[in-house]
Ligand binder design. Structure first.
Ligand code: NIG
Length: 399
């Protein structure tokens, strides 16, 4: 063979995440053509192709680019006062019912112009990029009127154009009932279903539709209406499910073949079985679990038993998870949820890709995007082990 590769990495250990044991290939090599992986294997098996550029991996480990599959990165203001209130004993639900919580961020987001929303979201996004994140999902849901929701989604799309990251956007109009619809929740769901979902879809601003199915948010029936509208608009769905109580939301998500059900602290075995049958990914959010000082844990044993893929995400948001580090979420997923370090890394690579409906990334195999991260670690388990610090040495991102 004498084809020409654009670049070739040698002297590198590969956590391909394609197969058990991290899909590890020690003393490996990986070749790239046109932003795609062209060849992966042991250096000793390298075919005799030439490369325009050969890079030395210094004996470090390389993983797929990290994927943060659940964030609320675009928002106005912050909520540190609320944090102090919770430390004094107020619950997340009490603060929300008193008009704080998500609605406090809705007021700040509505008041913010697009430029300042972009600037603050970009500032939050940069630490993730420095830690090897190459794909991020961003939800709306702090606008709750059509123009403000569109504004959030435009800002999210702009992040993907102006920063070195792929952005997947999710419309979350059914996140909370806005103040002007207080006591008229059904009317607000009508607005989401009849106007917002079709408008967002028509403008091509959302890749999926999400909802918050919970006692303090939307019922199963209301969520079903939102999902039906999403399906009619040709958009896949995701769901904030069973975070604070078990409402059967995970099973509902599965009924609509949701890409993912997220949070899941209160999900029962019936919900897990339904997710397994539908191929719905469990997105675990240890940052919210930690920050809300939640003691219930998602049923990790049941996900393993039924073969439900588990993803991990930062859930970066001002109320329940002001997290700016995806690596820290790996550590928390292991300590709080008892994931293995390998499961945690799969949670931000191959399984996070599934949670976003991608089949072109998340593993290092030929044909996939050449989104690669080089880490100064002696073993990939170290990515879940250190608390703080950043061993990322280089990020390669497919254009
Ligand atoms: O995923 N649970 C609902 N939504 C966010 C929290 C949003 C907020 O408190 O501002 C979450 O945790």
């Amino acid at each position: 063979m004498n084809s020409m590769w654009d670049s070739l990495w040698v002297n590198v250990n590969l956590a391909t995440m394609a197969g058990p044991g991290y899909g590890a290939i020690e003393d490996g090599a990986i070749a790239i053509v046109g932003g795609r992986i062209a060849w992966v294997g042991k250096r000793s098996d390298l075919p005799s192709a030439t490369a325009r550029e050969t890079r030395d991996g210094n004996g470090f480990w390389m993983t797929p680019g990290l994927i943060d599959c659940h964030t609320h990165l675009v928002f106005g203001g912050e909520r540190w006062r609320e944090f102090a209130l919770r430390l004094e004993g107020a619950s997340y639900e009490e603060i929300a019912r008193a008009g704080g919580g998500i609605l406090a961020t809705v007021a700040a987001t509505r008041a913010a112009d697009e430029e300042s929303l972009f600037a603050s979201a970009a500032k939050r996004l940069r630490p993730f990029l420095a830690e090897g994140v190459t794909t991020v999902e961003v939800k709306s849901g702090y606008g709750l009127d059509l123009e403000s929701e569109l504004k959030m989604l435009r800002v999210a799309r702009r992040l993907g154009r102006e920063l070195p990251v792929s952005v997947r956007t999710t419309f979350l109009g059914a996140h909370a009932v806005p103040p002007e619809y207080r006591g008229r929740q059904g009317d607000y769901v009508d607005l989401v279903v009849r106007e917002m979902v079709p408008a967002v879809a028509a403008e091509g601003l959302a890749d999926a539709v999400d909802a918050f199915c919970e006692g303090i948010a939307f019922t199963v029936e209301e969520t079903e209406r939102v999902f039906a509208a999403a399906k009619a608009a040709g958009l896949p769905v995701k769901l904030h499910a069973d975070q604070l109580s078990d409402s059967g939301a995970a099973a509902l998500a599965a009924t609509y073949e949701a890409l993912s059900a997220d949070h899941l602290e209160c999900t029962t075995e019936a919900g897990v079985e339904a997710m397994a049958a539908a191929g719905t990914v469990a997105v675990l959010l240890p940052g919210a679990n930690y920050f809300l000082r939640e003691t219930r844990r998602p049923p990790v044993e049941l996900f393993r038993k039924h073969g439900v893929p588990m993803a991990i995400a930062s859930n970066c948001n001002p109320g329940s998870s002001p997290a700016l580090s995806l690596l820290l979420m790996l550590s928390m997923a292991c300590t709080l949820f008892r994931l293995t370090p390998e499961e945690a890394l799969a949670g931000v690579t191959c399984n996070a890709a599934k949670a976003l409906g991608f089949d072109d990334r998340g593993v290092l195999t030929p044909g996939r995007r050449a989104d690669l991260v080089l880490w100064d670690v002696a073993h990939p388990a170290e990515l879940s082990y250190w608390i703080g610090g950043n061993p990322c040495r280089e990020v390669v991102r497919s254009p």
